[in-house]
Design a protein around this ligand. Structure first.
Ligand SMILES: Cc1cc2nc3c(=O)[nH]c(=O)nc-3n(C[C@H](O)[C@H](O)[C@H](O)COP(=O)(O)OP(=O)(O)OC[C@H]3O[C@@H](n4cnc5c(N)ncnc54)[C@H](O)[C@@H]3O)c2cc1C
Length: 416
């Protein structure tokens, strides 16, 4: 995010995070990509020690009292490490959002504070083997029995499944509800309660984040671990999707910018036909195109961040549209940029001598997770039509339909 858009305090935290990210040893990233590390707890501990987790939460909960602009700027920096570490860094913000907005003071004390201090590792479990896009079609069940809920079902693709101590889980509590958005509740499940985790698949990229499956067989969850009210999961989900998608967008920009830097430097050193390859327009225009995409993505992210900040962090139609646009545009752009970077490096870009092949594998995930980009398109147009139908006539912009030469031919305006 451009420094010129940031306040001094925001710039300071951005550079503090940049310094912390630069200090992460390359060996850790290599081991993660080789799947020799499944869950790098030392990374979270380290960031927590420097008070760099959940920076937008209030200071009394362990945050830094900052805003969304600061968090986006910071996660662009973390993005240079790739999505696995970017996601582990973001999970306290994502899970924390649900606890902060909907949790009781006891839940904040017991879970949010230790999460932000790096003492408790958290993960979020929404997706099921049956599907992720149709979130409200969940089949994971939570049945009330006395002062407990009995959870049964499965979740998959849970980042941190292998290392987290607690899981934020969505499950059906009112399967017969006529409105599916009022059929789900949100729980904190401690791993120790009997949650079974399984590492079942190899990932194309984004490795080392402990992605796995969760199995619940009659797991007893105390009722005090219900977040918010019974059947309020839909509302909590909508709120949690702000950090879920904003952190994806910011991380994508950071990862692609890091790859672009490798390609930019390479293009000034690598020669062909006696000249540095950056002297060929076909190469330098790829750099121009990439930078434009990333600056546009970052600008959109900044607009979304400001809008969330002005809305006191709460979700509404405009926030949902801008967050979805940011996620979609940033992740699609990152994919394009990293493809350009690979092309600029030629054959060596396809090898593991440079990190572009890993970044390409990593970044491919971003248009799939945290809601696919098709789902983002669904949300964007949905909110746009809502806005279109509710414009206050006194603020309506010029109606250019009337400017057409043939505007008077009303007989020709046939709609059915
Ligand atoms: C490495 C990795 C990490 C992940 N981390 C987590 C995590 O930590 N926690 C978690 O809960 N989930 C996580 N996910 C899950 C991820 O969010 C889902 O994969 C994603 O939401 C898509 O769900 P799905 O895979 O079930 O695809 P599906 O929902 O089956 O969709 C398949 C295809 O159909 C399209 N589609 C579906 N419905 C529509 C529609 N109405 N209109 C247009 N197109 C549609 C989708 O866009 C997609 O292209 C992770 C996934 C991966 C791969």
């Amino acid at each position: 995010m451009l420094d010129v858009l940031l306040t001094e305090e925001e710039r300071e935290i951005k550079y503090k995070v940049r310094k912390a990210i630069k200090a992460i040893p390359p060996s850790m990233l290599r081991k993660m990509d080789r799947e020799e590390i499944q869950y790098p707890t030392e990374f979270i501990e380290n960031m927590a020690k420097q008070s760099l987790l959940g920076i937008r939460f209030p200071a009394d909960l362990g945050g830094s009292n900052l805003n969304w602009v600061a968090e986006s700027a910071v996660i662009e920096e973390v993005g240079a490490l790739g999505p696995a570490l970017g996601c582990l860094y973001s999970l306290p913000s994502i899970v924390g959002e649900a606890i902060h907005h909907f949790g009781t003071s006891e839940q904040k004390e017991k879970y949010l504070k230790p999460i932000l201090r790096g003492k408790l590792y958290c993960a979020e479990a929404l997706t099921e083997p049956r599907g992720g896009s149709d979130f409200f079609g969940a089949t994971c069940m939570a049945e009330k029995q006395g002062d407990m809920f009995l959870l049964n079902g499965q979740k998959r693709f849970v980042v941190g499944a292998e290392g987290a101590d607690i899981f934020l889980v969505y499950a059906k509590t009112n399967p017969k509800a006529s409105d599916p958005r009022k059929s789900i509740s949100t729980f904190i499940m401690e791993k120790g309660l009997g949650v079974e985790t399984k590492h079942v698949y190899g990932l194309m990229g984004s490795r080392g984040g402990g992605t796995g499956r969760l199995l619940f067989k009659d797991v007893e969850v105390p009722e005090e671990n219900l977040i918010g009210d019974l059947n309020q999961g839909g509302e909590i989900f909508n709120q949690m999707m702000i950090p879920e998608r904003m952190t994806s967008a910011a991380g994508a920009i950071g990862a692609a910018r890091a790859g672009l830097q490798v390609a930019g430097k390479y293009s000034t050193r690598r020669k062909a036909f006696g000249r540095p390859i950056r002297k060929f327009q076909a190469v330098s225009f790829k750099i121009s195109e990439s930078l434009t995409l990333l600056d546009a993505a970052s600008g959109l992210l900044f607009s979304a961040s400001c809008t969330i900040d002005k809305n006191n962090g709460l979700t509404n139609g405009l926030v949902r549209r801008l967050v979805s646009e940011s996620k979609k545009f940033a992740t699609d752009s990152a994919w394009e940029v990293i493809n350009h970077a690979m092309q600029i490096l030629g054959g060596i870009g396809y090898t593991n001598v440079y990190p572009i092949e890993r970044l390409l594998r990593d970044i491919r995930l971003l248009s799939i997770w945290t809601g696919t980009n098709e789902i983002m398109s669904l949300l964007i147009q949905h909110e746009y039509f809502n806005e279109l139908n509710s414009i206050d006539p006194s603020f309506e912009p010029r109606d250019v339909e009337k400017d057409a030469i043939g505007a008077e031919y009303s007989d020709e305006k046939v709609y059915e």
